[in-house]
Every structure is written in C-alpha cells, then in structure tokens.
Design a protein around this ligand. Structure first.
Ligand code: FMN
Length: 388
C-alpha cells in the first residue's frame, strides 16, 4: 500500500485521534442537525383497511447488486481504528449477521497510516454471510491513494464493495482537513473501472444532488447513497471538536446545511429511474425506512441510532434492527404490499402538504380527488407546490 501524505493533517492530528474524538462526541453530545429535517415526516401512507393479503406472506427480503438481504435496512459506515471502535464494529457485525442485513465499516484511511489497526476492522468472521462495505474518503484519491490501494483495502477487510464518501464540508471545517476536491470525479471513475468489487459513492449527511448522482453513475459507480441532511450533522460534530472560538462559530452556521434526505432521494430517483440508489441520513424509525423504500431507495442506511444501540449491547442493536424491520413489514401489510416492489408502486404514499407522490401508482388520481374534496370541505385552497 502506498504510504501517502494522509498520515497527519497540517496540524499534526492523527487519524486515529480524530476517530476517537468522533466516536466520543457522537455518543456523548447532541450531534443532530438543527434547522433541517430528513423530510420523511412530510409523508404519510393512506391506510388500506382491507389489504386482501396475509401478513404471513409479506416479505421485506430484497436483492441488491446480487446480494440477498432480509431487509433493505443497512448499518451505514461508521468506525474503525481504535479499541473502542473494534468493540462497536464487533457488535454491529453480530447484529448484521443475526438480521441478514448489510454492514458498512468506517473509513479505512487509518489503515494507510497504521496497517496494524486492521484488527479494529476485522469483523468478516463475525458476519460471514452478509455484504460488508469497506469505506474511504474519496478525497484520499487526491492524496496519493491509488486504485491498487483501494483493491488491497477491500481484500484486507474481506469486503464485498468499496464505499467512497464525499465530505467536502466536513474537511473544510477541520483545521487538518483535506480540501482539494479538484478532479475527483475522474479519479472515482478510474477506481470504479479498476476494481472488481462494486464501488458505491455516498455523502456523510449533506446529500448528493441529482445531477451529481447522474454523473457518478455515468462514471461507472454501481450505486449512490444520497446520504442527506436531517440526521447526524458532521458540522456539529466538528464544532464540538473545535471548542469555542471563530472556527467553532463558523461550523455552527452549517448546522442546518444540506439537502434533506427525502428530497435528495426523490430527485435522484426521478433522474435515474433504474439505478441502484441507497438513502441514509436521519432515518429514525421503521416508518422512515418504509417511506424511503417507497420513494425509491433500494437500501436504507442508519448510522447514529445503531452506534448508540451498539454502545449498549449487541442485544440492543439487534432489537433496534428487528423492531424497525417489523414496522416496515406491518406498514407493507397495511398498504396491501406483499413485497418491496409492490410497496414502491402501491400509490398510497402522500405528502401531507401537497398531495400524492407523482408516478406512485393507480391510487394517485383517487387520492388527488380525495385531497381536493377534503380541502373544499375545509374551505381551504389546495396548495400544490412543485414537488422535489
Ligand atoms: C460515529 C460515526 C462515524 C462515521 N464515520 C463515517 C465514515 O468513516 N465514513 C462514512 O462514509 N460515513 C461515516 N459516518 C456517516 C454515516 O455513514 C451517515 O452518512 C451519517 O451519519 C448520517 O446517518 P445518520 O443520520 O443515520 O447518523 C459516520 C457516522 C457516525 C455516527
């Protein structure tokens, strides 16, 4: 593996120290975005009083990029590189295996500095039958990390895919951040072409707009996780690392930054109807998972809540995943959907404020007239702002 300049930032901050800070702050402080919401709360399902299906037939199982999963829910990329991270990763891996869901590991950049940190990521044996995602900041491709390094990281971790994250705002707020993002799309294209494993690109909580989703897919990435705003805010995490002073005040101004996850997902799905899309960022309930799946997410990622559950125990973590998948299954039942494809086309997802989701199936016309009728009865005008 190439030894890169990634070992230390300009301020001499080691990656492992930063990772330990991130874990501690995420577990002990309020890191939620402020002034922006993920947008799932703007939707509701029109209840189907007579679903005409048997709950026992309803399955949340899915197949994505050739992987068979018991649920679209997945544990989004988080940690590695420290002892505390190792304990968390073990818990997350046991959870993923128990539930049959995919698992993302945290950035493997630390392995470029300290290959001996591998043990903190080594969870393949605990999760032998589920997809495991290796993770790296895409900006590292501008810091000397090569396609061969990426391939080696995937092999070292026994991973099934490489997830490259885009975190321009986070790097800009870090005194030691890597802020040269110039020419990265071409480098991502080279890595996607060179690797045998699928390459996925994600944000870290500010969203990927539809034009970039299309450009990334054209560049050969296998899937995009829009990873929008409304959940864990990395500007808030960096603000809390910075203490008081001008740099912290700068970070504070970005607490509400980003494209809400539901908006990013809806726009991306409209721009790329057949692409493999993941959604994460601010998914905080089983119903959020159901809304995201209906809006077109093939997989729905959760980070912060799984971290907090894993820090308690593996049992809490399994319970969280099981509970949200159960909620998804029951929501599918109550919309008359026996599988996720049926859920996506059920036509029962409506926006609370502006009517049915376009293209969402046969129920659209009926729901539209219902909403208009209710508005007339209330003497209000039907507002139909442009949908995202
Ligand atoms: C403790 C922690 C560490 C994270 N580290 C990474 C990382 O190394 N790479 C990455 O792509 N995303 C990382 N993320 C971002 C998440 O994958 C996700 O995009 C973001 O937290 C939004 O999801 P949430 O609102 O469910 O937390 C991390 C999140 C948390 C909570």
């Amino acid at each position: 593996m190439a030894q890169t300049g990634a070992a230390m930032g300009p301020n001499g901050v080691l990656t492992s120290t930063r990772k330990a800070d991130h874990l501690r702050i995420n577990l002990e402080e309020d890191v939620a975005a402020k002034g922006v919401r993920a947008g799932f709360e703007a939707y509701r399902f029109m209840h189907c009083a007579l679903p005409e299906i048997d709950l026992a037939e309803v399955t949340t199982a899915t197949e994505v990029l050739g992987w068979r999963l018991s649920s679209p829910l997945f544990i989004s990329c988080m940690t590695g590189g420290t002892q505390a991270a190792h304990r968390i990763n073990c818990s997350l891996a046991e959870t993923a295996e128990e539930l049959g869901i995919a698992l993302g590991l945290g950035s493997a950049r630390v392995l470029l500095e300290r290959p001996e940190a591998l043990s903190s990521f080594a969870v393949r044996e605990l999760a032998p039958s589920v997809p495991l995602f290796a993770n790296l900041g895409a900006v590292q491709l501008n810091r000397g990390v090569t396609s061969d390094d990426c391939r080696r990281l995937v092999a070292m971790l026994g991973a099934d895919a490489l997830v490259l994250h885009l975190n321009a705002l986070q790097e800009a707020l870090q005194p030691e951040g890597d802020t040269c993002f110039a020419g990265l799309l071409g480098r991502i294209q080279s890595v996607a072409a060179a690797l045998e494993a699928p390459v996925v690109v994600k944000e870290v909580g500010w969203g990927i707009a539809a034009d970039l989703v299309t450009a990334l897919l054209d560049a050969g990435v296998a899937a995009v996780d829009v990873a929008g705003a409304g959940g864990t805010s990395w500007s808030e995490v960096e603000r809390l690392r910075l203490g008081a002073g001008p740099a912290a005040r700068t970070a504070a101004q970005f607490a509400g930054w980003g494209i809400p996850t539901a908006v990013a997902l809806t726009q991306a799905r409209a721009a790329a109807p057949d692409a493999v899309l993941f959604a994460s960022g601010g998914v905080r309930s089983g119903l959020d998972v159901a809304v995201a799946a209906t809006l077109g997410a093939d997989l729905v990622g959760v980070a912060g809540p799984f971290l907090r559950a894993a820090s308690e125990s593996t049992a809490s973590c399994v319970e969280l995943g099981r509970e949200w998948t159960d909620v998804l299954r029951i929501a599918m039942f109550c919309t008359g959907s026996t599988n996720l494809a049926a859920l996506r086309s059920c036509g029962r997802l409506v926006r609370d404020d502006c009517g049915p989701v376009p293209g969402a199936g046969d129920g659209v016309a009926l729901l539209s007239s219902l909403i208009e009728a209710i508005s007339e009865l209330r003497g209000t005008r039907v507002r139909r702002p442009a949908l995202p």
